[in-house]
Ligand binder design. Structure first.
Ligand SMILES: C[S@@+](CC[C@H](N)C(=O)[O-])C[C@H]1O[C@@H](n2cnc3c(N)ncnc32)[C@H](O)[C@@H]1O
Length: 687
């Protein structure tokens, strides 16, 4: 593969001449110059043989581009590069000539390839910390075609402007350029040249904080032409805090903004952003939210914004202000929800594509086109097939469901992207659920010790001499909680939060002494709020001592069980305690049967927050919104019998009997909620 061969060659060069690597940008600039030279030579826009001696004496970008143009540049191509002659020594020149003359040729290649080569040279760590993951070519192509659907070349394009506010190495602008040129296929060569000039000088705008990325974007756009034209719209800077582009001046914003959580942003910068973008960016919001707001400011009325971004804003608690803003300021045109499929390899974030039209008149009938991928295992090799399938709109896809939704159906608490079938099922459930789970239970989180070694004991640990048993409590973790079943606790926690004077318990001090310094170092101890020997977040011990429902915080499916062992648990488990049963007959047994049912798995997953392609977050705020039916007392008794039977069958290992009774319960709920066969089939196959 050409790309790999060249990329390997560049990497080998960096390793060999590693004194160069101390200055990353000098290094990258050198390699970029080599690639530009090669690209021009391979595409016969520059006669390498004829000019090699002169280039060796003056290896600057301006000089190479001047040879292409046939005369010196009027203004430097790249302000950050020295413009005085830059000679190279024989050894390095030999490598340059070899790269240009004997590597696979770049004739006819899309100059966008230079962006890929640039990306391959970035260190992975740098990428993660700065949210620098560039959009793969196929996704960029899809987004460009999607947002330009109504665009046709001609007079309208005179002041047509497209902005990528975080352009990186230009993959999205490159795709926009290509899409516009394809649509201009019927123009004469002169008209196409005019179009090229217009796009580079006024039509395509890009901003990035990384100067080298801006250089790459400029180069890619420049090399797309048959003659040298300098791109004038690529600016290095911060789109969120600097006035680099006039407000209300662009027709299209296309972006893959950085997704950076609140923990990774410097405090001063975050403060500045929260002041400026407070309407959408609060608490633990994501930096990418600011980009949507900023995009809206920069768009002309009637302009469109398309972003590939993290899908978390669809459901995240802290995404609520953003969701409210989007619904108010935009007509939502399209949402592609990859549903946890990480189609940009190497990025630890679940992407979605969202296309919005800036308008201050949102029509009640505004329809949103949703494409939501089915939850299935796909190998990275097949991702390109999945992306390509997005353009085939005439037939139902095997990979995703496609449906329309009306914008007024979205509720800012969480956007539930329901297909008509799912919507019918959920409406049927919610028509027969006068309560929410929140009405019938309290929830509470598990314990954070602040130092597990000090407080948690394995069953195999030697018995602690003199430890009073009242300080040791059974301890469970996430993996111990299964549907209907909590594994017998194998560990114990030393629960010290009820001790007011630790010195009265020399045996405990003797044990904790070894951890004293570390324990004192916990934030709450340092600021005087917590005695050094206590658990960091010990919660209310009464909650653990009661009969309660427990469930894991992260799981692939609903796993609710009643804990009879008064277990204490870590923060990866939550507990539910029944509120006084004055207004309803709900019992723990009934709730566990309901919550573990196939129907309630489907129901919760229809709006629960996803993590990756299979895992869900069982955050109480979300979970407690589930509707709960009003059930008669005698029915509750029948459920109690079923529950007891399930425990017996589990104990005896009778899986056939167990499957049968669970299926009967599922059936009971289907009948209760009046679901038809099509709806039941959707739940059973989890589509
Ligand atoms: C996820 S990359 C996407 C790049 C490009 N849009 C693409 O799709 O290939 C995000 C880019 O945002 C840039 N960036 C981060 N914060 C920025 C800011 N406040 N203003 C402009 N660019 C920024 C980073 O340098 C990085 O190149």
């Amino acid at each position: 593969m050409k790309f790999q061969e060249i990329s390997d060659k560049l990497t080998r060069f960096i390793h060999k001449y590693n004194y160069l690597a101390e200055e990353r940008s000098a290094n990258v600039l050198f390699l970029l110059k080599c690639i530009v030279l090669k690209y021009l030579a391979d595409n016969q826009q520059l006669d390498f043989e004829a000019h090699q001696k002169a280039i060796k004496k003056n290896f600057t970008l301006d000089y190479v581009l001047a040879i292409w143009q046939g005369r010196p540049l009027e203004t430097p191509f790249w302000g950050q590069e020295q413009t005085e002659p830059q000679p190279i020594g024989d050894e390095i020149w030999a490598w340059v000539s070899d790269l240009i003359q004997s590597s696979p040729a770049l004739a006819g290649e899309n100059p966008g390839l230079i962006g890929n080569l640039y990306e391959a040279s970035l260190l992975l760590n740098h990428k993660k910390n700065h949210g620098v993951f560039y959009t793969p070519e196929n996704i960029a192509r899809y987004m460009a075609a999607d947002v330009l659907e109504a665009f046709s070349p001609g007079n309208q394009q005179q002041d047509f402007r497209v902005l990528d506010p975080a352009c990186g190495s230009g993959s999205l602008l490159s795709a926009i350029y290509d899409a516009i040129m394809v649509r201009s296929g019927d123009l004469t060569p002169e008209q196409q040249a005019t179009q090229h000039r217009q796009l580079l000088e006024t039509g395509l705008l890009g901003v990035d904080r990384d100067p080298m990325a801006c250089l790459v974007t400029r180069l890619i756009l420049t090399l797309k032409g048959k003659e040298y034209v300098k791109p004038l719209g690529i600016f290095c800077g911060d789109i969120l805090t600097e006035e680099l582009v006039a407000v209300q001046s662009v027709d299209v914003v296309i972006g893959n903004p950085p997704y950076v959580g609140h923990k990774e942003i410097q405090t001063d910068y975050m403060k500045q952003l929260k002041n400026r973008y407070g309407e959408v960016y609060r608490d633990k919001g994501d930096l990418s939210y600011c980009f949507i707001y900023r995009g809206w400011e920069l768009l002309k009325p009637g302009g469109q914004l398309i972003h590939i971004t993290s899908r978390y804003f669809i459901e995240a608690l802290y995404g609520k202000p953003l969701r409210a803003f989007i619904r108010k300021a935009f007509a939502i045109q399209e949402i592609v929800d990859f549903n946890g499929l990480r189609v940009i390899e190497g990025v630890g974030v679940d992407p979605a594509i969202i296309r919005l039209l800036k308008t201050n008149r949102i029509d009640d009938a505004q329809r949103i086109q949703v494409k939501r991928f089915f939850i299935k295992n796909h190998k990275p090799e097949s991702y390109s097939k999945l992306i390509e399938s997005l353009v085939q709109t005439d037939q139902p896809s095997d990979f995703y469901e496609s449906f329309e939704l009306s914008q007024i159906q979205l509720n800012d608490d969480s956007w539930r992207l329901y297909s008509p079938l799912t919507r019918r099922i959920i409406e049927k459930i919610e028509a027969k659920t006068p309560f929410t789970l929140d009405n019938v239970v309290h929830s509470f989180q598990g314990i954070i010790t602040g130092n597990d070694k000090a407080f948690i004991f394995e069953a195999t640990d030697p018995v602690r001499p003199g430890f009073e048993s009242c300080w040791l409590k059974p301890w469970i973790k996430n993996k111990d909680v299964k549907a209907f079943e909590v594994a017998k606790p194998q560990k114990q926690i030393l629960y010290t939060n009820q001790i007011s004077a630790i010195d009265e318990h020399p045996e405990l001090v003797a044990h904790l002494e070894a951890y004293r310094e570390k324990l004192k170092n916990r934030r709450e101890c340092k600021n005087g709020k917590l005695a050094w020997y206590k658990l960091q977040w010990g919660r209310d011990p009464d909650h653990f001592e009661r009969r309660k429902i427990v469930f894991p915080y992260k799981a692939t499916q609903n796993r609710f069980a009643i804990d009879e062992a008064h277990a204490y648990f870590s923060a990866d488990v939550y507990g539910l305690i029944l509120k006084p049963r004055l207004y309803h007959q709900i019992t723990e047994e009934f709730l566990v049967l309901l919550l573990n049912s196939k129907l309630y798995n489907y129901y919760f997953k229809s709006y629960g927050k996803k993590l990756g392609d299979k895992l869900y977050e069982y955050y109480p705020n979300t979970l407690l919104r589930l509707g709960i039916p009003d059930i008669k007392d005698e029915t509750i008794k029948v459920f109690k019998d079923s529950y007891d039977r399930i425990l017996e069958l589990k104990k005896s290992g009778d899986n056939v009997g167990l499957g049968k009774i669970l299926a009967e319960i599922d059936q009971w709920f289907y009948v209760f909620f009046e679901l038809n066969q099509i709806e039941i089939a959707a739940i059973e196959t989890n589509r």
